[in-house]
Design a protein around this ligand. Structure first.
Ligand code: XMP
Length: 559
C-alpha cells in the first residue's frame, strides 16, 4: 500500500485516483498524524511508499509538517508542491516566500538522469534536453537543496522545480503530476509507485466484489439494513451490492424531493423493482402527512424500495430562499429529516421483519476525503455537499458503507459487474440537491417544470447525436451535461407576436476528475437543434445560451 499525507490541496484525492488506476491500493490521511501512528501503519510491512500532497498554504503561514517518521522508515517519499517544500525544509534545505503566485501551464526542463524522470518527457528543447508540460501552482519555492539532493527539474522562474535524493529515494516536484494538465503526470506517478516503491498492482475490482460481499455479510449478520436510494450511481451500486450480499434483509428508501430530472423517479423504481407494480401490503403504515408513499420490489432479484414523494414539503421549505449555500443546507437538512422519519417508521413497523439496525450509504472515497472524514480539514469549503452526515448516530443505527474505499470509476466498474444497466451506471453525475442548484436563486415549481422539459431535450439530443470519428454519442463524449434555469426574462419574437420569456443555459463539460473541467466543444449543428427544439417545444422559454466557462475559475454547477 501507498500512504498519501494530505496537506489540504483541492486535488489531493486525484493523487489517490491515479495510483488506484495503476491498480495499487492507497489511502489518504491527514498530514498531522503522529510518527507513532505512522510506524503503526507501517508495522505490517506493507507500506511501500509515501506521498506528501500539495497544500493551499505557505510553509510560512502554517506549521504543517510531515511527521518525522516519514523520512525514517526507509521507504521512498514523493513530495508534491507544498509536500516538496516541507520536505526540503524538514531535511535542512531552504524555502523562500514569495508574493507572486505562478499558476497554470508551464514548461519544465527535466533532468532525465533521475530514476523518477528517466525517459519521461514531452519534447526536446532546441538545446537537446528533455522538457515536460506541467501544471504549476506555487508561491513559495525551494531555494536551497537539503543535503544529498540534486536538482531534478527547473524553469527560469523556479530553478528548483524538482529535486531528488536517489540514495534515500526521496523526490520532490513543484508541479502537480496528479492533474491531467501535466501530460506525463500519470507516467511519473506510475514510475514512483510501481518502479521506485515496487508496490504490487494487485488492486482489482473482480476480486473486490467477493471480498465486499463477505465483509457485508460478516458485518450485518442476520440484522436488517435500510438504505437511502437517490437514483444516482453511488447509492444504486451500493444497493445492488448489499442486495447481492444479504437479499431481503435490505430495504431501500427513495426520497423524491421533486428536484429530480424528468421521469427520474419512475426510472429508479423500474430499475430496482424490475417494472413490476407492487401494492401496499395490508400492514403497511399509512402515508405520512404531506407525503405519498409507495413500495415496490421485494421480489427475488430486486431490492425492496419504498418511495416517498415529498416534493411539496421541499418547495415550501425553499420558498423565498435564493442564497445557494442556504438552499443547499435546507435541502440537505430536510432530506435527512424525511429520511429519518421514514427510517423510524420502518424501524418501528418492522413491516414483516425485526426492524433495521443498519443504515447503508453510498458514500464513496472522494466524499470521505471531501467531508473531512479523512480530516482534509485544511481544504477550503467551496460548496456544501450533503451526502455524509451525523445521521446514523441520530437514528441510533450502525453505519454500512460498502463503497467507502472506492473512487467513482471503480464504483461504475463494480456496478456493471453486479449487472446494473450500462446506461444507468454510466449516467452523468447528478448532484444531491438536484435541480435545486440548477435553478438560480429562488426555486419555484414552474421553473422546475420548465427546466425538466428543456433538460430532457438536451440530453435526448446528446444521446442521439453520434460523433463520426469516434462512433460515440455526445452524451458519452461529455462527462456531465445539463441545463440551467435562469430566472430572467428576455424579449423574443415568435410568429407575429412578441414573447417575453425565460432563458436557459446549456452546460456540457469534459473532465476526468471533476476537479478541473473544460467546456465541451459541441458541434454547432447539435446546439442549433437543441436550441430550436427547446424554444419550440417548451412554452415559457424563448432563449437558449451555451456556457463557455471552464473550471476553474467557474465551477461545473452554477450554484
Ligand atoms: P462543481 O459545481 O463543484 O461540481 O464544479 C463538481 C461535481 O460535483 C457535483 N456536485 C454535487 N454532488 N452533492 C453531490 O453529490 C452536492 O451537493 C453536489 N454539488 C455539486 C457536480 O454535479 C459535479 O459533478
Amino acid at each position: 500500500k501507498i500512504l498519501i499525507l494530505d496537506f489540504g490541496s483541492q486535488v489531493t484525492q486525484l493523487i489517490a485516483r491515479r495510483i488506484r488506476e495503476a491498480h495499487v491500493y492507497c489511502e489518504v490521511h491527514p498530514c498531522d498524524v503522529s510518527s507513532d501512528w505512522l510506524r503503526q501503519f507501517a508495522a505490517d510491512g506493507n507500506l511501500k511508499g509515501i506521498i506528501l500532497s500539495g497544500g493551499h498554504a505557505s510553509v510560512y503561514d502554517v506549521d504543517d509538517r510531515a511527521p518525522d517518521a516519514v523520512f525514517e522508515l526507509g521507504v521512498p517519499v514523493l513530495g508534491i508542491c507544498y509536500g516538496m517544500q516541507t520536505m526540503a525544509q524538514q531535511l535542512g534545505g531552504q524555502v523562500q516566500g514569495s508574493n507572486t503566485r505562478e499558476f497554470g501551464y508551464a514548461e519544465v526542463r527535466a533532468h532525465g538522469h533521475t530514476a523518477l524522470l528517466k525517459d519521461i518527457q514531452d519534447f526536446h528543447a532546441p538545446e537537446g534536453h528533455g522538457m515536460l508540460k506541467v501544471w504549476m501552482s506555487h508561491g513559495d519555492k525551494v531555494t536551497n537543496l537539503p543535503e544529498g539532493f540534486k536538482v531534478m527539474a527547473s524553469t527560469p522562474s523556479c530553478p528548483i522545480a524538482g529535486m531528488a535524493d536517489e540514495a534515500r529515494r526521496f523526490y520532490g516536484v513543484q508541479f502537480h503530476p496528479e492533474v491531467t494538465h501535466t501530460v506525463q503526470g500519470r507516467a511519473m506517478l506510475e514510475r514512483f509507485v510501481l518502479d521506485i516503491c515496487a508496490a504490487k498492482p494487485d488492486w482489482i475490482m473482480r476480486d473486490h466484489i467477493e471480498e465486499a460481499v463477505e465483509k457485508i455479510r460478516a458485518q450485518v449478520g442476520d440484522e436488517e439494513v435500510i438504505l437511502g436510494l437517490s437514483g444516482g450511481v453511488d447509492s444504486s451500486v451500493a444497493a445492488a451490492l448489499i442486495h447481492r450480499a444479504i437479499g431481503d434483509q435490505l430495504t431501500c428508501v427513495f426520497v423524491d424531493h421533486g428536484l429530480l430530472r424528468l421521469n427520474e423517479g419512475d426510472m429508479v423504481m423500474n430499475m430496482f423493482a424490475g417494472g413490476s407494480s407492487y401494492g401496499r401490503p395490508e400492514d403497511e403504515p399509512a402515508p405520512s402527512e404531506g407525503s405519498e408513499r409507495s413500495e415496490r420490489g421485494g421480489k427475488k432479484n430486486h431490492a425492496k424500495v419504498v418511495r416517498v414523494d415529498v416534493s411539496q414539503l421541499f418547495l415550501d421549505a425553499l420558498k423565498g430562499v435564493s442564497d445557494p449555500e442556504q438552499k443547499r443546507k435546507i435541502i440537505g437538512k430536510l432530506f435527512v429529516d424525511v429520511f429519518k422519519a421514514e427510517a423510524e417508521k420502518l424501524k418501528a413497523s418492522g413491516a414483516g421483519h425485526k426492524g433495521a439496525t443498519f443504515l447503508a450509504q453510498g458514500t464513496i472515497y472522494p466524499d470521505v476525503i471531501e467531508s473531512g472524514g479523512a480530516k482534509s480539514k485544511k481544504a477550503v469549503v467551496i460548496k456544501s455537499h450533503h451526502n455524509v452526515g451525523g445521521l446514523p448516530e441520530q437514528l441510533g443505527l450502525k453505519l454500512l458503507e460498502p463503497l467507502r474505499d472506492l473512487f467513482k470509476d471503480e464504483v461504475r466498474e463494480l456496478g456493471v459487474a453486479l449487472g446494473l444497466p450500462h446506461d444507468m451506471v454510466y449516467r452523468h453525475p447528478f448532484p444531491g440537491p438536484g435541480l435545486g442548484v440548477r435553478i438560480l436563486g429562488e426555486i419555484k415549481k414552474e421553473y422546475a417544470d420548465l427546466l425538466r422539459q428543456a433538460d430532457a431535450i438536451f440530453i435526448e439530443e446528446l444521446r442521439s447525436t453520434i460523433e463520426p470519428n469516434s462512433g460515440k454519442s455526445w452524451y458519452d463524449l461529455t462527462s456531465q451535461a445539463f441545463t440551467v434555469f435562469l430566472p430572467v426574462k428576455s424579449v423574443g419574437v415568435m410568429g407575429d407576436g412578441r414573447t417575453y420569456d425565460y432563458v436557459v443555459a446549456l452546460r456540457a463539460v469534459q473532465t476526468s476528475d471533476f476537479m478541473t473541467a473544460d467546456w465541451a466543444e459541441l458541434p454547432y449543428a447539435l446546439l442549433k437543434k437543441v436550441s430550436s427544439r427547446i424554444i419550440n417545444e417548451v412554452r415559457g422559454i424563448n432563449r437558449v445560451t451555451y456556457d463557455v466557462s471552464s473550471k476553474p475559475p467557474a465551477t461545473i454547477e452554477w450554484e
